[in-house]
Design a protein around this ligand. Structure first.
Ligand SMILES: Nc1nc2c(c(=O)[nH]1)N[C@H]1C(S)=C(S)[C@@H](COP(=O)(O)OP(=O)(O)OC[C@H]3O[C@@H](n4cnc5c(N)ncnc54)[C@H](O)[C@@H]3O)O[C@H]1N2
Ligand code: MOO
Ligand SMILES: [Mg+2]
Length: 411
């Protein structure tokens, strides 16, 4: 059995076991946050015709050659062109068409003079200087050319991409499906948050933390009914969840306790057992196995260990399933604002609060890093990796932190 493995090996093992999910075709407005499974080419020019970027008068540049401040040239207004209502007239010498922003440039015109640079009545308009041909015209295809690639497979669809897709007339978009993540908490001591507590029991927080982490990672969380520490029940729940879920995540029951049944259950259900125990704190007893093309990942029951190991090991897997190519967090250099004196024999991931001020990142560490302590997870938005034996760290020191919510900033 793969036991006590390096962090990197565990991560590589998990990542190589999954592939992006099958593409699905969705209505444009349902695609927010999904990843494109197709390159998008524009079937049209944008703008589709030469148009005016201003409100003013369409004229011919050659007629303005003699115009000066003192001796303006006068044009006869022959028609009106508005956005969506093009003029059918062909512009002749010293004629003008009153034109609005977004309107098609009339035939014969090669210039738009904005209202502010003219004097006009309903019948005529005066122009006071010479203009170059093609001034103030947005040309057909100058934004997007017909056949041009506007978006690339693997890109996340955010509001700007929704707008681009709409501009090129994509009302159905091929995207990678979002992974369905089944979340199974285990433990006789756990009570759901709307039930009264009895002696020796605690409230189940992991279901909620993990579901929120899944959502933030772009997966769809399904919280399964909580399971007591019972091998058969856990095995049955896992077996049925793997019929429909893309990944199964458990918390608790993965260490060496008399009632820690999760690894045994994974072994019963899986086609391939991947590993148990990773060389890091917190979350050492992390375990993983595979059934068909689905991963089962068993996280420690300790709330902070479950949180941190989710971020390190599960989030990249979800991102790969979603079709993203960049699956690892953004790392930034930061200045430490706290002292961290403990030097440990194990690799550690330490919860951290990082902020950006005046062009630099700063990182504070909470007081407790115990894997059973949840209160010090408040405001945590980053992790500091401390390799085995490294430290102590002192205030003012430069460190590298992994940001947990920075997907859009990845280079
Ligand atoms: N003799 C040893 N004991 C332990 C070892 C070891 O190496 N030798 N490892 C310790 C480490 S490290 C960890 S991490 C924990 C892992 O424990 P499990 O994953 O088996 O989790 P449980 O025993 O079920 O629970 C641990 C802790 O977390 C609380 N918990 C569990 N589920 C939830 C939940 N859904 N919401 C909130 N809190 C939860 C649970 O009550 C326990 O207090 O094992 C050490 N032991
Ligand atoms: O590996 Mo455990 O999370 O320290 O308590
Ligand atoms: Mg245990």
């Amino acid at each position: 059995m793969n036991k006590d493995i390096e962090i990197k090996s565990a991560l590589e093992m998990l990542i190589t076991e999954v592939e992006p999910l099958s593409p699905v075709s969705l209505n444009l407005m349902d695609t927010l946050g999904y990843v494109l499974a197709e390159d998008i080419f524009s079937p049209l020019n944008i703008p589709p015709f030469d148009r005016s970027p201003l409100d003013g008068f369409a004229i011919r540049a050659c007629d303005t050659v003699k115009a000066t401040k003192d001796e303006p040239v006068t044009f006869k207004i022959i028609d009106f062109a508005a956005a969506g209502k093009p003029s059918k007239m062909v512009l002749g010498p010293y004629q003008a068409i009153r034109i609005m922003t977004g309107a098609k440039i009339p035939n014969g015109a090669d210039l738009v003079v904005p209202f502010e640079e003219t004097e006009f009545t309903e019948e005529w308009v005066k122009v006071f200087k010479t203009y170059n041909s093609n001034s103030n015209i947005s040309f057909m295809g100058e934004d997007i050319k017909e056949g041009q690639k506007v978006l690339t497979k693997g890109e996340v669809i955010n509001p700007p991409e929704i707008g681009i897709l709409a501009s090129v007339g994509k009302n159905k978009v091929l995207v990678y499906d979002r992974p369905k993540i089944a979340i199974l908490t285990t433990g006789d001591e756990l009570v759901d948050i709307d039930k009264p507590l009895e002696e020796g029991k605690i409230l189940n927080s992991n279901s909620y933390t993990i579901a929120a982490l899944v959502k933030r990672s772009g997966g769809v969380p399904y919280i399964l009914p909580h399971c007591p520490d019972n091998l058969e029940k856990i095995t049955n729940e896992i077996t049925s969840a793997l019929q429909w879920a893309d990944i199964l995540i458990t918390t608790g029951g993965v260490s060496v306790g008399d009632k820690d049944y999760v690894m045994e259950s994974f072994k019963k259900v899986c086609d391939k057992f991947l590993f148990w125990k990773v060389k890091m704190k917190p979350g050492t007893p992390l375990t993983a196995a595979k059934y068909r093309n689905k991963l089962m990942i068993g996280l420690s029951g300790n709330p902070a260990a479950a949180f941190i190991t989710f971020e390190i090991f599960v989030k990249p897997v979800i991102k790969k399933l979603r079709g993203l190519e960049k699956v690892y967090p953004l790392q930034v250099e930061s200045t430490l604002l706290s002292n961290f004196t403990k030097v440990r024999k194990q690799n550690r991931y330490v919860r951290a609060i990082t902020y950006y001020d005046g062009g630099k990142f700063y990182t504070k560490l909470p007081d407790s890093h115990s894997s059973g302590v949840i209160s010090s997870l408040a405001k945590v938005n980053s992790l500091l990796f401390i390799p085995a034996g490294m430290g102590p760290f002192t205030k003012g020191q430069k460190i590298t932190v992994e940001l947990l919510e920075s997907e859009d900033l990845l280079p």
